[in-house]
Design a protein around this ligand. Sequence first.
Ligand code: NAP
Length: 294
Amino acid sequence: MPASKSIKLNTGAEMPTLGLGTWRSQPGAVEHAVEYALKNGYRNIDTATAYGNESEVGQGIKKSGVPREEIFLTTKLNNPDMGRPKEALEYSLKQLDTPYLDLWLMHWPAPMTKEGGADKSIDWLDTWHEMEKLYKAHPEKIKAIGVSNFSVEYLKRLLSNSEVVPAANQIELHPSCPQQEVIDLCVSKGIAVTGYSPLGSEGAPLLKNPTVVKIAEKYGVKPGTILISLQANRPKVNVLPKSVTNERILANATIIDLEPADVVELNQIAKTEPFRACHPSWAGWGNLGFTESV
Ligand code: NAP
């Protein structure tokens, strides 16, 4: 299947396949990155309250001059805010200086205390029900709700006990973490999948993977193009490369069609070199239903 340009969400909205990630950027860098990306064709920006940069993202959007309605903007409910989603939503809207979010995600199904431990007094399903209520009550503020870091097990619990089917599930996706079973469930339920850490996260380690380099040479492109295109070539999947570097922001916007055999070969990398940049256990709730070896 050729690479997509956008994905239709279950709300009817179109979400551009290519988005700019903004995690782990030095203060001051994201505003420029967002402005530069938008001025150079990006129309999908991903942030989160946990990244501490919603205000900068909002400034970058303003400085770009691109009208707000042309931009698909995602932010995420922070783990320590899962007992107070209404206040958290208002905080995000204020920080981003925007009247609405295109997509509001539960960042992790893992309530946490302000001190950083698991908060076992909160069930993430109750938080999802609060997000559903806010979405229904305030369509002018939230265009779609979704989840992030949801395994098959957690998605099944949500789907069996909720009214709103998430518009998207944002998960780690790269050749060392292909997560096909999560994608298959999402696709069967009409849930878009957004792939994060497509280059392997900080330092982009997968750019040096020999299989990725070999396939890049075959197409005459940079390894990053292969990694980003790999996700864009998967049906119902979009992708969020992060960079604060002008030339990389430009380079990461090149997406090509891959032959199915190359997609298969790339996803085999996980068999010998599996890894996760964001292991779910960090939040103190175990593996959150993820059953892969990593
Ligand atoms: P990533 O996009 O896989 O990699 C980012 C790293 O690669 C940065 O060090 C960046 O450096 C470098 N890089 C980018 N383009 C490059 C290129 N063309 N050549 C060489 N190096 C390049 O990792 P990520 O930030 O973990 O994931 C992307 C986004 O997904 C995040 O920013 C965030 O928005 C989202 N995310 C979500 C979750 C979640 O829990 N939902 C978790 C992780 C990430 P420079 O910036 O210095 O250029």
